[in-house]
Design a protein around this ligand. Structure first.
Ligand code: QAP
Ligand code: CO
Length: 180
């Protein structure tokens, strides 16, 4: 059981563009398990590898109430989008901030699963929004990038201030699984 450290905005490492996963092996599955543990422990519904400082195209989600619907997307691609709408988003890397973002409310996503097998899935609502939000992380993008410069600046200042008040109580970020 491993709890990973989540990078927080404005950490420049969140801007890294992730590279495709070449093989879905036990090492990757160990990372996937640690990402789920980290996400559930933080009360999240989605987590991208970028957020735990692993720059590989991998994300996990579970938008179910009972936390019994874990989904793994390796090398995810949105192949169709429909019905642009607005919904409130948050992010484990931008704690305490929630803002409206416009995105497709229905998508078709293609990816590899935990077993390395390709699949396609239609997603709507929260899951559709979450998958797009997490794929953005893999491209070095954050939901605050969709807000005005002024709002983003306010958010950055607030988080920097909170970080200072918290002190360096957080463990230093370890580089996780660089071999993948
Ligand atoms: C992305 O975000 C998402 O600020 C996943 O204090 C969120 O899991 C997509 C979280 C909403 C669509 C809608 C945020 C937990 C979790 C916080 C998350 C916080 C504690 C965010
Ligand atoms: Co996020």
């Amino acid at each position: 059981m491993t709890r990973l450290t989540i990078l927080e905005y404005p950490d420049p490492r969140l801007r890294t563009v992730a590279q495709p996963v070449e093989t879905v092996d036990d090492e990757l599955r160990t990372l996937i398990d640690a990402m789920f543990e980290t996400m559930y422990a933080s009360k999240g519904i989605g987590l991208a590898a970028t957020q735990v400082n692993v720059h590989r195209r991998l994300l996990v989600t579970d938008v179910s109430e009972e936390h019994d619907r874990p989904l793994v997307f390796v090398n995810p691609e949105v192949v169709a989008r429909e019905e642009i709408g607005t919904a409130q988003e948050g992010c484990l890397s931008v704690p305490g901030i929630y803002e409206d973002v416009e995105r497709a409310q229905r998508i078709r996503v293609r990816a590899l699963g935990r077993d390395g097998k390709p699949f396609e899935m239609d997603a709507e609502g929260l899951l559709a929004v979450c998958v797009q939000h997490e794929i953005d992380h893999l491209d070095g993008k954050l939901f605050v990038d969709y807000l005005s410069e002024l709002k983003r600046q306010r958010i950055r200042k607030k988080l920097e201030k909170e970080r200072k008040l918290r002190g360096n109580e957080r463990a230093p970020v370890r580089s996780t699984a660089p071999a993948i």
